[in-house]
Design a protein around this ligand. Sequence first.
Ligand SMILES: Cc1cc2nc3c(=O)[nH]c(=O)nc-3n(C[C@H](O)[C@H](O)[C@H](O)COP(=O)(O)OP(=O)(O)OC[C@H]3O[C@@H](n4cnc5c(N)ncnc54)[C@H](O)[C@@H]3O)c2cc1C
Length: 393
Amino acid sequence: MEGIFGLNADQRAILETVRRFAKEEVAPRAAALDANQNPLDCFSWEIIEKSHELGIRTMTLEEKWGGLGIDSLTTAMVVEELGKADLGISVVLAQTFKIAQIMQLALNDEQKQRVLPGFAKDPRGVLAIGMSEPGNGSDKHMSFPVPFATSAERVAGGWRVNGMKHFISNGNRASLYLVMVQTDRKKTMQDGATCFLLERGHPGFTIGRVHDKMGERLANNAELVFQDCFIPDANVVGKLGESGAVFANFSPMSNAYAGASVLGVAVALYDKAVDWAKMRVQGGKPIIEHDGIRAQLAEMHMLIDASRSYIHRAAYLADHRDQGWDATLGVLPKAMASQAAWKIATWCLEIHGGHGYMKEFGVEKLVRDAGAFLHSDGVNRTLFLKAARTLFR
Ligand SMILES: Cc1cc2nc3c(=O)[nH]c(=O)nc-3n(C[C@H](O)[C@H](O)[C@H](O)COP(=O)(O)OP(=O)(O)OC[C@H]3O[C@@H](n4cnc5c(N)ncnc54)[C@H](O)[C@@H]3O)c2cc1C
């Protein structure tokens, strides 16, 4: 299951380290952390600190900042490996990988010098992006002509920000944030919102509710609250009013990473279904010997293989856009992988019969996790509409 490009020696070594980390540090703790009632207790700094020790947390930072500078294709492979062990851990680190890549491209020199060395050294350094708001979800994907509610007034030397973001992955854990704020309320979020860099603990910026999610529980999601929060001009990322460009130009790989996270869950479900089908005897033989089950497992394999190829192509082309990138690759691989994972989840449940519904067999957590990316990183329907806009302009 290496994907369409095969693996070079560096990728093999990186994936070996990540597999060991996933097997030894993540998988043994995932079920117990997931079972905690309070979402705060589902999060493990120990796991993140271990990922730091192994050089995983900072893998996408360039070597000059203390990382390995891995490319987007290798990162997608890493994200999938993590997702096989636990979706939440995969998301905590995938967000961090992605935002570190964006920061290296989008921050100016002073901003990079200010934040990247600290991020590289901090064993708990994870990153977050704040776009979604209670009243603004899909609109940011659909270019619907409305402003963000989180908005800023011009004041001497900077901006006074009020408002709230919600559902933000790593929201209550991050040390650094990229946040979209409406700086021109007469315009839309496409032409009147600005991207700001924020450090944790910035005055006027606090964490609100931590959401209690049905799955992906080892990652926390939270509200970001701005109350007369002064943000200096020095924290503007890119150009005023062009927050969309920061993401359009510097995060073409984002959708592939989201797809890779949930693909990891699909693989875990498939492996579980195969193991169960080999072991469970009905009709006088292991159920894997019944044609209906065999065909279903083969179809699951196909969905995984095809999703991986799509993700890998998108991740590769995100770094080599002159070789055939098109904008649908920035929205569709996640839609495909999440639909595949959701289908595979129901089939894995079915293949387990009544056992799948009993928590002790471990299918239930994976089913809850498999649902996360039908919405995260954009609801699939809105991503299809976004692709259609590119295809049928
Ligand atoms: C686990 C998780 C992690 C997340 N992490 C982050 C994060 O880190 N940062 C961040 O900013 N956000 C994050 N989000 C928010 C996520 O991006 C939004 O949930 C998503 O964009 C959808 O917005 P919404 O939930 O408000 O749904 P809505 O926009 O209210 O959509 C509801 C339904 O209406 C449909 N719909 C909406 N508009 C249209 C239209 N024009 N035409 C047809 N149908 C339409 C949608 O497809 C959907 O079926 C996260 C969400 C989840 C679940």
